[in-house]
Design a protein around this ligand. Structure first.
Ligand code: HEC
Length: 184
């Protein structure tokens, strides 16, 4: 699939996503988030490190597959809220929107949960926050496994977002020992 030109323009993408996708709040928050972040650590995934990816697959099957699907396919009708007002789990493959988000945002959604990342304590989601369940290394591994599964076009587009964020955020985060550990 070719990535449409509108994806190169985040504001336009957000506006269009808001018309068509239930996940609009998360996507819109990406823009606000880019300058702040939930924590002060810039995480980079390791989707080309096969050892990390393999470890991530195990974490995925044990912790995520029950909702996001064994093949990353998500739950049926994932764009439609249930009568209780909750969204079903979206796919993590190229048909979903996980690849619309930078590495660090994916890490923060998984670690802290969507409501913390979008700074809305009233936002309800069935997605657990994994900060007391998985280590940072395990979260990086599982997301690296997911990222490794994306086709070239989606990978390339997501790398562009990462590049922009790395430039914006790296100088003030350079001293983090966590960052040093994972950027080697
Ligand atoms: C109990 C079901 C459930 C489990 C288990 C679960 N998730 Fe989710 N996940 C969701 C739902 C539902 C959403 C949609 C977010 C919302 O409710 O707004 C979501 C959203 C996400 C998103 C954001 C995707 C996007 O495009 O915005 C990421 C990243 C994610 N999950 C990663 C994971 C990972 C990694 C695991 C395992 C460690 C996991 N999830 C386990 C239900 C689950």
């Amino acid at each position: 699939m070719k990535v449409p030109a509108i994806f190169k323009n985040p504001q336009l993408l957000t506006a269009i996503s808001c018309l068509s996708l239930a996940g609009c709040a998360l996507l819109a928050s990406t823009l606000a988030w880019a300058s702040t972040g939930t924590d002060d650590v810039l995480v980079q995934l390791r989707a080309d490190d096969l050892q990390v990816v393999q470890a991530g697959e195990v974490v995925y099957q044990q912790n995520c597959a029950s909702c996001h699907g064994k093949q990353l396919e998500g739950q049926p009708d994932w764009r439609t809220r249930t009568p209780e007002g909750l969204l079903p789990a979206p796919p993590h493959d190229a048909t979903g929107h996980t690849w619309h988000h930078a590495d660090d945002l994916l890490f923060e959604i998984t670690k802290y949960g969507a409501s913390v990342v979008i700074n809305d304590p009233d936002y309800r989601s069935s997605m657990p926050a994994y900060k007391d369940i998985l280590s940072d290394e395990q979260i990086i591994a599982v997301l690296s496994f997911i990222k490794n599964s994306w086709p070239d076009d989606e990978r390339q587009w997501q790398e562009e977002i990462n590049g922009n964020q790395t430039e914006a955020l790296l100088p003030r985060r350079k001293s983090s020992s966590f960052l040093e550990k994972f950027s080697q």
